[in-house]
Write a protein of this length. Structure first.
Length: 136
């Protein structure tokens, strides 16, 4: 005895950019241009990597040893990272110490990853819980 079962597979329709922007709003709030600008510069990436690996508050001159740019440039880069919420600073006299804001950075990156996963087309990411707006 043979049993034949037919299943109709519904293809997901692609959306226009206007439809997608109306659908996946949480990602829009998380994609902070200042954060990505801060992380996009190779020197700032090196400085951040140095601070992350160090794991403690460092002065501008300490962090400056990680790269070959002037300390004034290092200071400007660290200030930009601070404005983006990547690092925090504390001042003692004329000395400024910078430390990575691990909690904020991790929370932000996880939220972005979760939002991207929620908006992904299901066929592109096997582990994706759902496509945009819950469509599969």
């Amino acid at each position: 005895m043979y049993i034949c079962i037919m299943v109709q597979v519904r293809k997901r329709r692609t959306m226009t950019p206007v439809q997608a922007s109306a659908c996946c709003r949480p990602i829009d709030d998380l994609l902070d241009p200042e954060l990505f600008k801060a992380l996009s510069d190779p020197t700032r990436s090196r400085l951040l990597g140095c601070l992350v690996k160090c794991g403690c508050a460092c002065t501008v001159s300490d962090v400056g040893e990680c790269c070959t740019v002037d300390l004034s440039v290092v200071s400007r880069h660290l200030s930009l990272l601070e404005r983006a919420g990547v690092v925090q600073s504390s001042k003692t006299g004329r000395t400024v110490h910078y430390v990575v804001d691990y909690a904020h950075l991790c929370r932000t990156m996880r939220a972005i990853a979760d939002a991207i996963e929620q908006c992904c087309p299901a066929e592109q990411l096997p582990g994706c819980a759902r496509g945009c707006c819950g469509a599969r």
